[in-house]
Each structure stands twice: as C-alpha cells, then as structure tokens.
Design a binder for this molecule. Structure first.
Ligand code: ADP
Ligand code: MG
Length: 390
C-alpha cells in the first residue's frame, strides 16, 4: 500500500513517528473553461493519490524527501524562495503560504510519494500542495479551514510554480466526498454535493499522450475572447460582469457586433454553465445516462465552438460513442491534448479500455494509457501504520 511504502521511506531517513496524510488527484466531470468566466465546475477527488509522512524535527530546517524521485532537499525556513527543483517548489510554496499568514513554521521532516499520473491533467501538483498544507495545519495547530488550505495551495501554484490556475484543483482535493461530485461556484466559492454512484459506474480516463504546443497561447486567446464578449455586452447590460451572467438571448441580440468567433466562444460558455446545472439535476434523479449526454454535448461545444479540442481527443470521444454502453465522454482540461473522461458501467470497464487502446492504435498509430478511477474522500489523515521490519 502506498501509505506503508511512504511511512517506511520516512522511517529509513528520519527518526520520529510521522503523521500520515493522503491527498487525492481530481477529475472534472463537466464545466470546462467556465472557471475563469466566474461560472461552475463539477470536480471529484479520485483514488489516485499522494501520501505524506510528516513530523516536526526540532531542527532549523525542513528536510524533504521525494520517494518517487529518490531525491532529498533541505529547505532553509528563513529564506523560502522558488528554485530549480520542481517538486520542492510546490512544498516550498505551501510553507511560504503559512509564513505569509503569520505562522512560524518550525523544522519538519517530510517524505511523500504517490500514483497520480504526472502532467495528465489529474492535478498531481494540487495533491502535493494540499497534502503538505493539511499535514502542517495539523502538526502546527494552525487552525486554517479547508478553504484556506486550498487557497494556500493555489497561491503555491501561482507564486512557486508560475501557473496561474483557478481554485478548482485544490478545492477538489480537499473537499472531495466518496461517491459524490461537488459543484463549485467559482465566483462565490459556494459549493454543493451531488450523489454519483461509482459502484455501478466508473470513471475511465483515456490519456491521449499528446500535448500540442498551441495549448497555452490558445488558452490566453480564449480568455481574451471571453473578455471581449463581456465588454461588448456590458454596454447594453451593465449587470453582466462576466459570461456567467450572460444569456443566449443577449448574445443573439448582439451577434453581429460580437462577430462570429467571439459569439461562438461566448455561447459555448453560457451553454456549458447551463449544462452543469442540468447535469446536476440528472444526478439528483440518479440518471447517469442523461448526465452522460451532457458530457457528449460539452465535448461537441469544446470541439466546434470553443475550438480547443484536437484530432486525438476527438477520436477518443468517437471511440467511446461507438462503444455500446458507454454513457458519456468528453475532453477534460484546457484542451489540445491530455485526457478524455468517460463514464463506463463497471462491467464494461475492462472491455472498453481494451477496445479504446486497440482502436486508438489502429486509427492514429498512437499508444493509449487508460486509468480506471472511482470517487473518494478528500485529503485526510490516515491511521499510523506499523513499519518495523520493513
Ligand atoms: P499535473 O497536471 O499532474 O498537476 P503539473 O505539471 O501541474 O501536472 O504538476 C506535476 C509536477 O508535480 C511534477 O513535475 C512534480 O514536480 C510534482 N509531482 C507530482 N507528483 C509527484 C510525485 N509523486 N512525486 C514528486 N513530485 C510530484
Ligand atoms: Mg498541476
């Protein structure tokens, strides 16, 4: 088990009995490119996680050990700055977040490792941040809420990894609940849980294995296109502060002024927010098949109107569509690569994974990796494990 391995690694290097914490990665069921438009997202924590073993050490420094990289890093707590060791930057960013909130962080030892696929869009970096933030909060009795810990993680991402991401990833890792998805209002940070039965239906991720270089420039362009839409609408509807407040009617009224491209970008965002709402109603009714239809519609909008998909992702969604029994599929994340997220009845999971890999190979000559996941609780402390003799 992961926590046993990490606890054993901790004991090899450090003398104390550590606090053990698990921190999950996340998926987003629906609500893509809505976060920076102040809209809604629907993430869940998944059973791919990073485990931490952490204890105070009565030293002036923090000693960090990445189990997976088998690498050590000593952190001078008087001078916490981003540096060249990427994995350490996420941890340093969290320490800096505590310090910036007036908490004196004493020396500590930390070993961590996990199985969240790196760079696949499952937010391994948020799991790293949230795991340490939770552990330090416990060990120092700092009294931060889970929302504050999420904000500390996000700040680490901004200031120490240089990624200007929204709050969803850290929120999902910290607020996950078994067999539930959680709808986050990215404006107010209000949230609501909806039941999601992972006993009958699994979430399967298909990793396209590609990341087209367009991704970051197109992301910036999309943000600008959305802002342009808001600026135009605001002249007529001052209450529209972001696309979250706009309606399709308003867009139609000013279609010419918006121009074809901005019109399509904005209408995608308005529709996607509506889809999140409808999808949540389906979950309340326990109708995963209807929920899945919203996922297919989301993908069509991302492909045709928002134009952030790519041939590899489109082929993966097509394969899912053609596979009898698969309930829903769409690209997940910023686009131009990464994973598709698929809703697959439990008894079909193995055959779907095999079929998808074979089809991806035969249609595009590309290797497909698949991850079967279920929805689990967010960050939590684990009971101590016996490590003697290991
Ligand atoms: P993701 O989409 O998975 O969050 P990022 O590029 O944002 O991708 O974050 C990946 C980085 O997080 C890795 O390069 C590494 O620095 C850190 N990381 C993630 N998982 C681990 C791990 N198990 N051990 C050490 N570092 C990790
Ligand atoms: Mg990340």
């Amino acid at each position: 088990m992961l926590s046993t391995t990490v606890a054993a690694a901790f004991r090899q290097h450090y003398p104390a009995t550590p606090l053990l914490v698990r921190a999950p990665g996340r998926v987003n069921l629906i609500g893509e490119h809505t976060d920076y438009n102040n809209g809604f997202v629907l993430p869940a924590a998944i059973d791919k996680e990073i485990c931490f073993a952490v204890a105070l050490n009565n030293q002036p420094e923090a000693r960090l050990y990445s189990v997976d990289q088998d690498e050590h890093y000593t952190l001078n707590l008087q001078d916490v700055q981003p540096g060249n060791t990427q994995w350490a930057n996420y941890l340093k960013g969290v320490v800096a977040g505590f310090q910036q909130r007036g908490v004196t962080v004493p020396g500590f030892d930390c070993a961590f490792g996990g199985n969240v696929p790196i760079g696949a869009g499952l937010s391994s970096s948020a799991a790293v941040e949230c795991g340490l933030a939770f552990a330090l909060n416990e060990l120092l009795n700092a009294g931060f809420s889970r929302m504050e810990l999420a904000l500390i993680g996000q700040q680490a991402e901004h200031q120490f990894a240089g990624v200007r991401s929204g709050l969803m990833d850290q929120f999902a890792s910290l607020f996950g609940k078994a067999d539930h998805v959680v709808r986050l209002d990215c404006r107010s940070l209000d949230y609501e849980y909806f039941p999601f039965d992972t006993a009958t239906c699994h979430i399967v991720l298909c990793n396209s294995g590609v990341k087209h270089s367009l991704a970051s420039s197109e992301y910036n362009t999309r943000r600008q296109e959305c802002e342009k839409g808001v600026q135009i609408l605001q002249q007529y509807y001052p209450e529209v502060e972001s696309l979250r407040d706009a309606t399709l009617d308003q867009l139609d009224q000013h279609r010419e002024e918006l121009g074809d491209v901005v019109y399509r970008r904005c209408s995608y965002v308005v529709r996607e927010n509506q889809r999140v709402e409808i999808a949540c109603q389906h979950l309340t009714q326990g109708d995963l098949a209807a929920f899945g239809q919203q996922m297919y519609a989301s993908h069509a909008g991302l492909r045709d109107d928002y134009e952030v998909s790519c041939p590899e992702l489109d082929v993966l969604v097509e394969i899912a569509r053609e596979t009898p029994g698969v309930l829903g599929s769409r690209m997940m994340g910023g686009g131009f690569g990464g994973c598709t997220i698929n809703l697959v009845p439990t008894e079909l999971v193995d055959s779907f994974c095999e079929r998808a890999a074979a089809e991806y190979q035969s249609r595009l000559g590309l290797h497909l990796e698949t991850y079967k996941t279920s929805i689990v609780a967010g960050v939590e402390a684990l009971p101590a494990v016996a490590t003697s003799g290991q």
